[in-house]
Design a protein around this ligand. Structure first.
Ligand code: C5P
Length: 228
C-alpha cells in the first residue's frame, strides 16, 4: 500500500491570541507548518503530502514552499472543524487513494515532528489491521473536579496516554469512520466510534502541540537542540 499524509491547516488559531492562524506563525524564520511538512515530505515511506487549507486562505501563496519538493500538494477544501477538514482532504484524493492505502493525519500545529516519529509509526503499524497513533504515557496525576473545582476523583494514570499525531489509518476505513462521526477531535476517536481499536505507538513529549504562546518557545528550543 501507499502512504499519504494529510495535514489539516484550516484552523484560525484563536487560542494563540495572535493575529494570524498559528500554522503561519514564524518559528525559526519559517512558517510553523513548514517544519512538519518538511519532515513528512522527506520521509521515504510517504508518497504525497496534502495540506488542507481554508477556502479563503490568502497566506499560503505568499510563502515559498519549493524546498519541500514535488510531494507537497495544497488543497483548498478546509471545513468548519478539524474533522471536516480531514474529510475534505480524503474526498479530494479519492481519485488516487485505494481503499487499503495508509493515510497519516498530522496536525499543522505540531512542528517538532521528527523523522523517527514517522518511521516508528509506519514500521510498527505496517501489518496492523486497523492502524493507530503516536501517544505518550501520562506523567501527571490527574484530578476530576466539579464546577466549583473541588476534586471528585483522582483518575489512575497507569493506563492513560496522551494522543498525538500522526494518526495512521487505512483510507476507506478512515473515510467511513469520519463520515459517521463529525464531532471528534482526532481520527482515532472516529475509528473507536466505529467499533475498532487503534493501536498506540509510543512517541515522546517533543512532538508537542502548539496551542498557547509558551508552546512556541518550547518548540523553538526543541528544534534548535535537536541532533542532526
Ligand atoms: O485548534 P486545534 O489546535 O485543535 O487544531 C488542530 C489542527 O486542526 C490544526 O492543524 C488546525 O489548523 C486544524 N484545523 C482545521 N480545520 C478547522 C479547525 C482546525 O484544519 N476547521
Amino acid at each position: 500500500p501507499r502512504h499519504f499524509a494529510i495535514v489539516p491547516a484550516a484552523g484560525s488559531g484563536s487560542r494563540m491570541a495572535a493575529a494570524r492562524p498559528k500554522q503561519y506563525l514564524s518559528l525559526l524564520g519559517r512558517p510553523l507548518i513548514h517544519h512538519a511538512l518538511s519532515v513528512l515530505c522527506a520521509a521515504p515511506a510517504i508518497d504525497a503530502v496534502f495540506v488542507v487549507l481554508s477556502v479563503d486562505d490568502t497566506e499560503w501563496a505568499t510563502h515559498d514552499w519549493s524546498a519541500l519538493g514535488p510531494k507537497l500538494r495544497p488543497l483548498f477544501c478546509g471545513g468548519a472543524t478539524r474533522a471536516d477538514s480531514v474529510l475534505g482532504g480524503l474526498r479530494a484524493i479519492a481519485g488516487e487513494a485505494a481503499a487499503g492505502d495508509w493515510v497519516l493525519v498530522h496536525d499543522a500545529a505540531r512542528p517538532c515532528l521528527a523523522p523517527w516519529h514517522v518511521d516508528k509509526l509506519v514500521r510498527e503499524l505496517a501489518h496492523d489491521e486497523v492502524g493507530g497513533l503516536l501517544a505518550v504515557p501520562v506523567a501527571d496525576t490527574l484530578k476530576r473536579a466539579d464546577e466549583h473545582r473541588h476534586v471528585c476523583e483522582t483518575v489512575p494514570r497507569d493506563s492513560l496516554w496522551q494522543a498525538q499525531t500522526p494518526q495512521m489509518f487505512r483510507y476507506a476505513m478512515l473515510r467511513r469512520a469520519l463520515e459517521g462521526a463529525r464531532e471528534v477531535t482526532d481520527e482515532a476517536s472516529a475509528i473507536e466510534a466505529a467499533g475498532l481499536r487503534p493501536r498506540l505507538v509510543q512517541g515522546d513529549a517533543t512532538n508537542l502541540k502548539v496551542t498557547y504562546p509558551l508552546d512556541l518557545h518550547l518548540a523553538e528550543w526543541i528544534l534548535e537542540n535537536r541532533e542532526g
